[in-house]
Design a binder for this molecule. Structure first.
Ligand code: DGJ
Length: 550
């Protein structure tokens, strides 16, 4: 057990706060071997060049093919190890693991990083990368992961009030003491991660809070909050929205285009006012927390989003989270947050993914349904939206066996073929040469799909079995390596390549090979000819390389 005093590392955003002079004690049980020697591996980063936004790991574009463990797994080594075994068995490359504020700072100023070390060790053992999920002030629009000393001190750590002035259990985003305490703990966490991981770079990114915002009320109705709500909308926000008016999300654009460009929240944002107000407060708070962490160790950081549900009102979802209504408020207030990431549990995956794919925001899906219907969206995330990560939630359900194990098998089947091709797919993003295939997407695509590929070909796809959402579905991708050279991967469909110019005929097949990629090299496992001379993707996912005559 290592115990040492922490004296120098109060992040500078907080250093100015006079009363922040905790004599911090760091307790790291079972420390990860400190390999904090100077490293040649660059820190993971987000790179924006022209149109493209990429996650760079070891200097190369990286796609996270992940899974998220259940909320309480980090509290038990066995649970966490078993969950990560599941991911390793799927050929996943990244595990999303929660870190609880209440666990790392049980007494104010005394830190215990054993849960962090546990996660890092468990990931390294399986050659997985990690996304750490900071369950701090907010978790699903509530505040249940704050330490006991925060829970008990309601005077200092002020709660939000609901519309009838009733007290909630949710920390108010106006509570400076809570923001400082959270920032302090988060900075200590990042400092620790740096100390044990800057050589290995196991940790790729950190989620700051979890589905933040307020559940059960559309905003804080405390006196202080009411005063701010009745006051003028901050100039910085107005200036940001004004200068980005052409790129605003559609609900915000609708409001902005007809609203006065100054005034109080109600006057400027109309029906969106409570949610926009909440978003401004929550995103400012989280930006402070993230900045404190980045000053210690500047990993990419993101915030996940509980999405708008149907025609309901904010408060049914955590009001103040980065929903499509107020995504631009977040962009204005939280530059330390690199990505706003939707938790997509809805079948309308494409609609949501499109809202969160913007020149200032790459798509990262940190949570999606652990359900066969959603497996194929991995292809859509990487192939259609140029996304950087995809991850079902609660993957250790497979341990229950039965139906859950069968679902796990569906994810394993897709992940097994995708994993070795991720570097190739990352390279082909933003080129228009990735063509995801997904059965049952909209009207008529239950049976067939037709995609223009190469410079003069149609790829006509016939799905082998009828669409049944409960059983998963055919899915895959065509990658154009060259106009006459294609990777066709996935399960449950046949492809006929037809010429789109000259005589009406099928393209002449030169060769069909089954195989995979290893370090950018095509590794053939067999050549298909004779009775097997078809571009046919069987029930078990497969990767084919198809060459046609030009
Ligand atoms: C979304 C949250 O972000 C997760 O932590 C978990 O609570 C899931 N919902 C459960 O569906």
């Amino acid at each position: 057990m290592l115990i040492r005093r922490r004296s120098q590392h109060i992040p500078s955003v907080l250093a100015k706060v006079a009363h922040l002079s905790y004599g911090l004690l760091i307790v790291a049980a079972l420390p990860v071997v400190n390999r904090a020697q100077p490293t040649s591996k660059p820190i993971p980063s987000i790179e924006k060049t022209g149109e493209s936004i990429r996650l760079l790991v070891d200097g190369s574009p990286y796609l996270m093919l992940g899974g998220q463990v259940h909320n309480s797994d980090t509290a038990n080594a066995d649970d966490l190890n078993k969950a990560l075994d599941v991911l390793a068995s799927w050929h996943s490359n990244t595990a999303e693991v929660p870190i609880y504020w209440e666990a790392i700072e049980p007494k104010q100023g005394e830190f215990d990083f054993s849960s962090v070390d546990l996660a890092i060790q468990a990931a390294r053992k399986r050659e997985l990368h990690l996304v750490l999920l900071w369950f701090g002030t907010w978790k699903n629009g509530e505040s249940h992961y704050v330490p006991e000393w925060v829970k008990r001190d309601k005077q200092k750590y002020v709660r939000m009030q609901g519309p009838r002035r009733e007290e909630t259990e949710i920390i108010s985003p106006l509570c400076r003491a809570a923001m400082e305490a959270d920032s302090h703990a988060f900075a200590a966490l990042l400092q620790h991660v740096k100390s044990v991981d800057q050589a290995d770079r196991t940790v790729l990114t950190v989620q700051v809070e979890n589905e933040p915002g307020a559940l059960g009320t559309d905003r804080d109705y405390s006196e202080a909050a009411n005063r701010q709500f009745g006051g003028a909308v901050p100039k910085e926000l107005l200036a940001f929205l004004g200068s980005h008016h052409q790129e605003l999300s559609s609900p915000m654009a609708k409001i902005w285009n007809k609203s006065p460009k100054s005034g109080n929240w109600k006057q400027v944002f109309g029906e969106l006012a409570p949610e926009a107000f909440s978003a401004w407060l929550v995103s400012n708070y989280i930006n402070t927390v993230a900045t404190a962490g980045k000053q210690e160790y500047p990993l990419p950081m993101y915030v996940n989003v509980w999405l708008i549900e149907g025609v309901e009102r904010p408060g049914r979802w955590p009001s103040g989270g980065a929903t499509v209504n107020v995504l631009d408020v977040w962009k204005a207030a939280a530059p330390a947050i690199d990505i706003l990431a939707p938790d997509i549990y809805y079948p309308k995956f494409y609609d949501v993914a499109a809202q969160y794919t913007r020149p200032d925001n790459p798509l990262f899906v940190p949570e999606t349904n652990f359900n066969p219907y959603f497996v194929g969206f991995a292809y859509a995330t990487f192939g259609y939206f140029n996304g950087i990560g995809f991850s079902p939630f609660g993957i250790d359900d497979v341990e229950k066996g039965g139906a859950a194990a069968a679902i796990g098998a569906e994810f394993e089947d897709t992940y097994r073929v995708l994993r070795p091709l991720l570097p190739l797919i990352a390279r082909y993003q933003y080129t228009g040469k990735l063509h995801p295939i997904l059965q049952g997407l909209a009207n008529g695509e239950d049976w067939k799909q037709s995609i223009r590929v190469g410079d003069r070909l149609a790829a006509n796809i016939d799905f082998t079995a009828a669409f049944d959402p409960a059983k998963g579905r055919a899915c895959g991708m065509i990658i154009e390596l060259a106009p006459d050279d294609f990777i066709v991967m996935g399960t449950g469909f046949d492809v006929i390549f037809r010429e789109t110019e000259g005589p009406l005929r099928d393209a002449q097949l030169i060769s069909i090979e089954e195989g995979t990629f290893q370090r950018d090299q095509w590794i053939r496992s067999r050549r298909l000819n004779g009775d097997e001379r078809h571009v046919s993707l069987p029930e078990r996912s497969t990767v084919l390389r198809v060459r046609v005559a030009r």
